[in-house]
Write a protein that binds this ligand. Sequence first.
Ligand SMILES: NC(=O)c1ccc[n+]([C@@H]2O[C@H](COP(=O)([O-])OP(=O)(O)OC[C@H]3O[C@@H](n4cnc5c(N)ncnc54)[C@H](OP(=O)(O)O)[C@@H]3O)[C@@H](O)[C@H]2O)c1
Length: 292
Amino acid sequence: MKLLLIGKNGQVGQELQRTLLPLGELAALGRDGLDLGDLGAVQRVLAEQAPDVIVNASAYTAVDRAESDEAGATAVNAGAVAALAAYARTHGALLVHYSTDYVFDGAKDGPYREDDATAPQSAYGRSKRAGEEAILASGCRALVFRTSWVFSSHGGNFIKTMLRLAGERDSLSVVADQFGAPTSAELIADVTALAIAAYRRGALEGGIYHLTAAGATSWHGLASYAIERAMARGAQLKAGPAQIKPIATEAYPLPAQRPRNSRLDTSKLCGALDLQMPDWKVHVDRLIDQLS
Ligand SMILES: NC(=O)c1ccc[n+]([C@@H]2O[C@H](COP(=O)([O-])OP(=O)(O)OC[C@H]3O[C@@H](n4cnc5c(N)ncnc54)[C@H](OP(=O)(O)O)[C@@H]3O)[C@@H](O)[C@H]2O)c1
């Protein structure tokens, strides 16, 4: 089986470079090997590689920048995805793709299920939903994993930013009225490999699945927990958990609107694969250990 990983240098892509290895012959490309903004290059690379499985871990993930560059976000998150789906449909390949909690408006009282109505409130969310729709409309074989609040030891993310700021400042103000499940790129990549293997042996149907860690917290809860753990591991930080001030979303205005409720119900995927998602703290602990 030939697998093509696109976006090998992102948080999830880095981890997929490891977890996809046992599944077959893996070719992994970064932006320098394939720019998804160039549809001609997409066609050329697919023809050259002739993959049985395409795993697309690349995306336009600059949520706030997308507000002033919706065309750019849509080109990568939907236009290129439509081209990948068309290839998969024509050649009988499996397309594995990632989407986001931002396809929802966050107004639901409780975790979102896969069949809940989408209502993206941001340009990024609209572009990601358009990518999902392009895959579904193509009729290709596909696994689409919606995830949330991704972190890893590679690249930049919220936890690493909070730890850096806590080392520089005496106190921090962090949004406390948005809730979601911080999810490690490790977990996403581990479950992706399990899901591809299950799909290949006919034990998993194609479609959209929610893939996050268990439990939920706010950004304030996540920052406080990560800082507490880092200090317990000996990090010298100026701001401890008691100096992390909870604030409302309105007190920290950003260009893109975020969902208040980002919680995703993972029971469809857990049931199909007989999995139990670890609590979000488990992988935050692992990250702090790796950074220590
Ligand atoms: N991060 C989150 O909190 C989050 C939450 C929910 C869902 N997701 C979804 O999960 C998936 C993985 O996210 P992630 O956190 O791993 O993202 P990430 O760390 O931002 O990585 C995205 C990768 O895509 C690449 N990329 C961007 N534009 C490209 C283009 N035109 N051509 C080729 N490559 C391009 C980036 O390359 P450069 O490094 O060169 O820019 C980067 O390596 C994405 O589908 C994302 O939408 C993420």
